[in-house]
Design a binder for this molecule. Sequence first.
Ligand SMILES: Nc1nc2c(ncn2[C@@H]2O[C@H](COP(=O)(O)OP(=O)(O)O)[C@@H](O)[C@H]2O)c(=O)[nH]1
Ligand SMILES: [Mg+2]
Length: 373
Amino acid sequence: MSSLEEQIAAVEDEIRTTAYNKATQLHIGRLKAKLAVLRLERETRAKGRGGGLGYAVRKSGHATVGLVGYPSVGKSTLLTRLTAAESESAAYDFTTVSIIPGMLRWGGASIQLLDMPGLVPGASKGRGRGREVLSVVRSADLVLFLIDPEHPNLRALANELEGAGIRINQRPPRIVIHRSDRGGLTISSTVRLTHLAGGAAAQIAREFGMHNGSIVFREDATVDQLIDVLAGNRVYLPALLAVNKSELLTPSERAKLAAELRPVEPAFISARDQTGLDELVDQIGHALRFIRVYVKPPGRPPDLDEPVVLREGDTVEGLLHRLPTELDRTFRTAQIWGRSARFPGQSVGREHVLSDEDIVTVLVARGSARSAA
Ligand SMILES: Nc1nc2c(ncn2[C@@H]2O[C@H](COP(=O)(O)OP(=O)(O)O)[C@@H](O)[C@H]2O)c(=O)[nH]1
Ligand SMILES: [Mg+2]
C-alpha cells in the first residue's frame, strides 16, 4: 500500500500526462475528484497532528487583508509604510517569521493588514511554513498580492492559493447539494450542462462517497466547480495585485509588464519611495465593499457623523452585533430609511440586507429596560 503522498503524486502525474479530449474528459474529471479527496485526507491528517492549524491571528478592525507574496518583494516595508506597525524588513529572505498585523484607516473603516512570511513554491504542500501562512490567508477578507518586477510570476502565486482551496475573484458555484442515506442520486439542472452532462456529475459525486441525495445545478458548472462544492472547504476571496519596486521600471518596462499581467490591472507602487500608496489603499477600501449605516434613536435625528461600518451583504443581524448587547437581546424590529427600504420607515427583521447609507432605528420588545436605540 503506497503512502498518501505517493498516491497524490501518482494521480497528479496521471492528470498531467493524460491528453485532454472528448474521450478522456470524464476520466480526467474523475481523477481530479480522486485527487481532491486525497488532499482532503491529507488536510485531515495534518490537523490531527496539530499541524496546518495556522497561526492564531486575532482579527480586529472591520476587515482583514492578507499580504501575499514571495520573500523579499517588500511586504514588510509596505506594511510599515501603510500602518503604524513595526514590521522589520531587511535585504534578505525570511525576515518575517510570524504574522505581523497593522491597522490602516479608510473612510471611517479600520482595516487590518497582515504581513506574513513569503510564500515559496510548494507552499500549499507545506513547504516554508506554507500551510500555516495559507490558513491565515483563508481567514482574510481580501488578498493583496504583492510582486516585484524581478519575479512577476503571479500565476504561480495564485496556484499556491488554489492548491490550498482558496478561490480568487470567483463567486461560489451555484450548485446546491443535499446528502441523504437512501434513494439514490438525483441530478437536475435549471440550465443546459455542457461540462457535466451524461452521468459525469454522478460519477464525480461517487468519488466523494456520495451515493444518495440530490445535486441541483443553477449554472453550467465545470468539473472543478462541482469538485469545489463537494469538497466543501473552499473559501472565495477577492484579490488585488500591486507591483512593488516599480520605481526601478522604465515607462516601457512598466507597459510591458502591464501587458503581461492583463486582464489583471495592478497598482504600480514603490513602498520605499511611498508612491502609489494612496491609490492602493483606495482600491483596498473599495474592494472590501464597506457600507455605512446610521443609527437613529426613535424620535431623534440620526447621528450622521458616526456611521456603523459594515460590509455589503450584511444584515440587521450584523448591525446588532455592533450595538450594545441589550439591543440584540431585546430586538423586536428595525425601521429602515434608505436604499434598502421599499418605503421610508419600512419595518424589517434581522435577516434584512442593508445598503450603504441606510438609516436604521432599532425597536425593542415592550417592557425592556430601554425602548429603543
Ligand atoms: N527598490 C525598492 N526596494 C524596496 C521597495 N520596498 C522594499 N524594498 C526592499 O526590498 C527588500 C525586502 O523588503 P521586505 O519588506 O523585507 O520584503 P518582504 O520579505 O516581502 O517582507 C528590502 O531591502 C527593502 O528595502 C521598493 O519599493 N523599491
Ligand atoms: Mg517580510
